[in-house]
Design a binder for this molecule. Structure first.
Ligand SMILES: Cc1ncc(COP(=O)(O)O)c(C=O)c1O
Length: 451
């Protein structure tokens, strides 16, 4: 084992040494190297060192440098050193975090994370928390709790009776709902015909006045942080409206929920605490390695009831069994990285990370605007949408920016306009990285526009 750890350490150092300087997206010749891994599987055993070196030689050059400072695609967090260290230790420990008896340490660390998160996000103390693989599963877990609670209130135990013949649940979402919410609803048997889409404004915020009168059991899915614009639904107004009936309000806060850590964003986050459940990612703005998301449910009993599994061999008494809080039973100890990230950042470090990314986004947007390009959204958080003119020109410029390799941004369609998305979510991104990337973008865009 020592040899494999030493070799790994040598390869990891070599990989990370140049991550800030190397091109962000690999060249075709580097991608072609992956093909060397596709061998006919041999009969005999191979030395593990050889396996690791092979993976490094042909795999490492083909990676996207998303842990470097200039990856602005999708919403992708970097990896904090402490979180990376914890991830590696978690690999060495190889704990099954699903069962207290199989890993007291991961179960204990999850409880500490729960306490810290509740404090940072100012959530109720008695909340239920589950550590899942990402925001999609966090949304799924929360919405399963919602389905359970709403039906239970109508005397229907969905865990026993299933959905056939159950009282109808309506679901309300904004027009700009993230697809992961629709996917989660689908997996829960809440099909698209049960989903009412409420119009959104030019920033993608659900228009609260357009929410229909709520009569049947209803789940309202709100959004804290639109994946394109970063905007927040008016969650306070929506929660107030929901309280006049007994609708369940869920918040998809895959990245935006972390804005709760900073008082600077209080106008955006107003009323968030009034919701019934919240889903977020840790692999986005908390900058822990993939994969890591967190589900929060106001009443722990709803989470536990909807995720319950029982088998005599799995249970070790009255303790909080981790597998009773999430869809999976066996899983890795992803609480370790969350613990390490929070422990290393502290409350102030987390605020600094969020605020620095948002400052960087404002600078980026101002620089592009000053150069004459259109920023389509109000830059309220860490997301920027840029148009370089008509759809064809914008698409061509996005492609050229991607080919250049200084940074990486993806494209999108925003309310009829083709746009480039810039998402700033990494502790590594400095203002120098913004200047360098903006300079390259402006050069490419000006050359293209002149043609
Ligand atoms: C608002 C929102 N919700 C949900 C998700 C899904 O997150 P994940 O891919 O981590 O499951 C994303 C991803 O970008 C998102 O931005």
């Amino acid at each position: 084992m020592n040899e494999i750890i030493d070799t790994f350490s040598e390869l990891a150092k070599k990989y990370l040494e140049h991550i800030d300087q190397r091109r962000v997206f690999p060249l075709k010749k580097d991608l072609d190297k992956m093909k060397a891994l596709d061998v006919t599987l041999q009969k005999h055993v191979i030395d593990p060192l050889e396996v690791l070196r092979e993976l490094d030689s042909f795999g490492s050059p083909a990676t996207v440098a998303s842990t470097g400072p200039r990856y602005f695609g999708f919403v992708t967090g970097g990896v904090l050193p402490a979180a990376l260290g914890a991830n590696l230790l978690a690999g060495v420990w190889d704990q099954n975090a699903g069962i207290e008896a199989s890993s007291p340490i991961s179960s204990y660390i999850e409880k500490i994370c729960q306490k810290w998160l509740v404090d940072i996000l100012k959530f109720p103390l008695e909340i239920g928390v589950g550590f899942v693989s990402g925001a999609t599963m966090a949304n799924f877990t929360c919405l399963a709790s919602a389905r359970y609670a709403l039906l239970k209130k109508r005397g229907w135990d969905v865990q026993r009776k299933g959905l056939t013949g159950a009282p109808r649940i309506n679901v309300i979402v904004g027009e700009e709902v993230h697809v992961s919410v629709l996917k989660a609803l689908n997996m829960l048997g809440l099909g698209s015909e049960q989903v009412i889409q409420v119009p959104a404004d030019d920033q993608g915020r659900m228009i609260a006045e357009k929410i229909p009168i709520i009569t049947e059991p209803t789940i309202i899915c709100t959004q804290a942080g639109n994946v394109n614009t970063g905007s927040f639904d008016p969650i306070k107004e929506i929660c107030d409206k929901a309280r006049s009936s007994d609708a369940w309000v869920h918040v998809d806060g895959a990245f935006g929920l972390w804005a709760l850590a900073s008082s600077r964003f209080s106008s955006l986050t107003k009323g968030l605490e009034k919701a019934d459940s919240w889903g977020t990612d840790a692999h986005k703005w908390l900058n822990v390695p993939y994969d890591s998301g967190i589900a929060f449910v106001r009443h722990q009993s709803h989470l536990l009831a909807s995720m319950s599994t029982d088998a005599a061999y799995l249970v070790s008494g009255k303790k909080r069994e981790p597998h009773r809080t999430v869809p999976e039973i066996s899983r890795r100890a992803r609480g370790l990285e969350i613990w390490a990230a929070l422990r290393s950042l502290g409350k102030e470090g987390l605020v600094d990370l969020i605020e620095a990314n948002c400052d960087a986004a404002s600078l980026f947007a101002d620089t592009l605007r000053e150069a004459g390009f259109e920023v389509l959204n109000d830059v309220v958080l860490n997301q920027i949408l840029v148009s370089f003119g008509d759809s064809k020109t914008t698409k061509t410029i996005i492609q050229k920016i991607q080919e250049d390799g200084t940074c990486w941004c993806g494209g999108t369609k925003w309310q009829g306009h083709t746009a480039m998305r810039i998402s700033i979510s990494s502790w590594k991104t400095s203002l120098k990285d913004i200047e360098k990337s903006a300079e390259m973008m402006i050069r490419i865009a000006e050359e293209e526009v002149k043609k």
